[in-house]
Write a protein that binds this ligand. Structure first.
Ligand SMILES: [Zn+2]
Length: 622
């Protein structure tokens, strides 16, 4: 299954290093929830720091001498974005003074990163307001504690429970007080103590609210990020994963360099991968690997797929989630949705998706991956795996990928697969309407060669604007040059369509009588023929990359305008065209949303077991 790119999920504490097994008295956590807390996090309960002498504190309620810690605020805790591990009955003593001094220093650096030189301005660490406030509160608390302890050490005497006392003073000074509460600031005090403990144990553990938009961690150091990236590049693509980073850091030299006691958690490593521009997705492959198209395609598919499904739903059979009761749509031609999926079991890595860096280019599929077995099939809630009524014909395809085996599973194979499915359905299930849902992989959504695309169009006329395609020989196979490269040839881009349905030629006719005869018209001419004016004043493209245009704009530059034209937005894929011609329909799942395909769950279990097996190169193991 997809492992989502996680937000910060757990505090991942090293409980064992912080707590002793010695039971202590309760800190008297019986109080009202402090609803006026200025931060979203609900207070943490079950804090294990339970120092003696707290009962003397006028602000707290004496707890019974027992190791049971009250968790009366556990309901509020359920909303806490920071999960905490209960440490019932465990002592959590104050950290060492030197640890706190180190933590203060590092926290100051986090809030105000040191400048490389005097003239450089402070770099904004980019925290949101709430997160910054939390970190500043931690600083206030730690400094207060140091002051108390130093007062004591210099002979002035200090409270024996200085740690707890300091946290409560800090909480009150910071204004976390609820009127009428018997224990004002108590919850905030416990939060502060826990945050500081966490931070001392692991500098990656800072209680910030939203890791997506903020946060400073080791990975923000560009040199360090580059070092990890370089290491990942030495690995096979399929081996790039969060665990690889966890392992990379897990050696004494690295840990001492990073001033850490243990390596990072898998969750942290996943966050780092995301920060470094990796995404858990398919191999980049196929000729439409225009990555800058991605964001637009995602938006388009999200606006396209979900409404299309919503429209079909009234005619689909539904099952109640409670008792699985079947509800057929009354009196209409029923719609059956068939989900397509293909799953590759590699002898070496057995993984179809992997962490792909955003800059990674497409490369041939299944090269050097050892033996692999691909399974492709269609599945519906009504019928299960697609097969003829008598069970003799199945749509399932087993495919050994690789040059020496059955070649590569490309768009042609998917088309053949779809054709088989349509043949079975036409023969046995023609009383229903069938919709095929495919993942939005390049091999699935491939368009007819030479079909419309704004991507490489020139602004003005061009004698050289053509679409490069593979040169297919008379035998229907790819042609190779003597040095092994696939031979290409150039064809003109297919015609567009005006809003009224008439075809628009993108090349000047050979007999147009001017010097541009036969040349590509260019985006300005194409747009002006469509009724736009003053197009030539616009840039060809806003920025260096197509994705640099402001989000949501459709008329900022020539390329964005052409791209946003309806006929460009809805160029049919080959699969769609072939399905439509036989009375079927094809939908593509939005990119990066394969979880919408329930078939993933079917594979998930098998693949999970597969990956847990040791690596193997043997085909029989597959
Ligand atoms: Zn633009």
């Amino acid at each position: 299954m997809d492992k989502p790119i996680t937000q910060w999920q757990s505090t991942n504490m090293s409980v064992d290093t912080l707590s002793s097994s010695e039971p202590g008295p309760s800190s008297g956590d019986t109080h009202q929830p402090e609803s006026e807390l200025p931060i979203t996090a609900a207070p943490l309960s079950n804090s294990p720091d339970t120092e003696k002498g707290l009962q003397d504190d006028a602000q707290s309620v004496a707890g019974p001498e027992t190791d049971q810690i009250d968790d009366s605020d556990s309901e509020a805790e359920a909303e806490d974005p920071i999960s905490t591990q209960p440490r019932k009955g465990a002592y959590w003593p104050a950290p060492k003074l030197e640890d706190i001094r180190g933590a203060i220093k590092d926290m100051e650096d986090i809030l105000k990163p040191p400048r490389k030189n005097r003239h450089q301005s402070y770099k904004d660490p980019g925290f949101d307001k709430k997160s910054r406030k939390r970190l500043e509160d931690m600083l206030v608390f730690m400094r207060a504690y140091i002051r108390i302890k130093e007062g004591k050490e210099s002979g002035l005497g200090g409270p024996t429970n200085a740690w707890t006392k300091a946290s409560m003073n800090a909480a009150r000074d910071l204004g976390y007080i609820k009127k009428g509460s018997k224990t004002p600031g108590d919850k905030k005090a416990r939060e502060l103590r826990k945050w500081v403990h966490d931070f001392i144990a692991d500098r990656e553990e800072i209680p910030i609210c939203d890791w997506k938009t903020s946060g400073r961690s080791l990975i923000d150091d560009e040199d360090f990020a580059q070092e990890i990236h370089t290491h990942l590049q030495t690995l096979k693509p399929s081996e790039v994963c969060a665990e690889a980073i966890v392992r990379f850091l897990d050696n004494p030299e690295m840990l001492s360099r990073l001033k850490r006691k243990k390596t990072i958690s898998v969750e942290t490593a996943q966050r780092w991968l995301a920060k470094m521009g990796y995404r858990w997705t398919y191999d980049p492959k196929g000729q439409y690997a225009d990555s800058h198209e991605c964001s637009d395609v995602v938006g388009y598919q999200n606006n396209h797929f979900l409404p299309a499904m919503a429209q079909l739903q009234p005619r689909m059979t539904m099952w109640t989630s409670k008792d699985g009761e079947r509800n057929d749509p009354p009196g209409v031609r029923r719609v059956v949705v068939w989900y397509h999926d293909e799953s590759t079991f590699y002898a070496h890595d057995r993984c179809r998706k992997r962490w792909v860096h955003k800059d990674e280019k497409a490369k041939p599929y299944a090269k050097g991956e050892g033996h692999s077995l691909m399974v492709a099939d269609f599945y519906s809630a009504e019928y299960g795996w697609l097969q003829s009524r008598d069970g003799k014909k199945r749509a399932r395809v087993l495919f050994r990928a690789g040059k020496a085996c059955d070649g590569y599973f490309d768009n042609d194979n998917v088309r053949t697969h779809l054709a088989t499915a349509m043949e079975i359905l036409t023969a046995d299930y023609s009383d229903e309407e069938h919709v095929f849902v495919f993942d939005n992989a390049k091999t699935h959504s491939k368009r007819l060669e030479g079909s419309q695309s704004a991507m490489r169009m020139t602004k003005g006329p061009s004698a050289n604007f053509f679409v490069e395609i593979n040169d297919i020989g008379d035998d229907g196979r790819l042609q190779y040059s003597p040095d092994g490269k696939i031979l290409k040839k150039k064809i003109p881009m297919s015609n567009g369509r005006f809003a009224d349905g008439r075809e628009q030629q993108f090349y000047w006719p050979a007999d147009c009588g001017n010097e541009l005869a036969g040349q590509f018209k260019g985006m300005v001419q194409i747009l002006e023929e469509r009724g736009y004016v003053n197009v030539s004043k616009k840039k060809a493209q806003c920025g260096k990359k197509f994705s640099d245009c402001s989000p949501g704009k459709t008329d900022c530059c020539c390329r964005r305008m052409v791209f946003s034209e309806p006929d460009f937005m809805t160029v049919e894929s080959i699969l769609e065209a072939e399905a439509n011609s036989q009375g079927f329909r094809v939908l593509f799942l939005p990119k990066f949303h394969c979880e919408l395909n329930p078939i993933e769950q079917c594979w998930g279990y098998a693949k999970r077991n597969y990956r847990l097996l040791p690596a193997s190169s043997s085909e029989t193991d597959l």
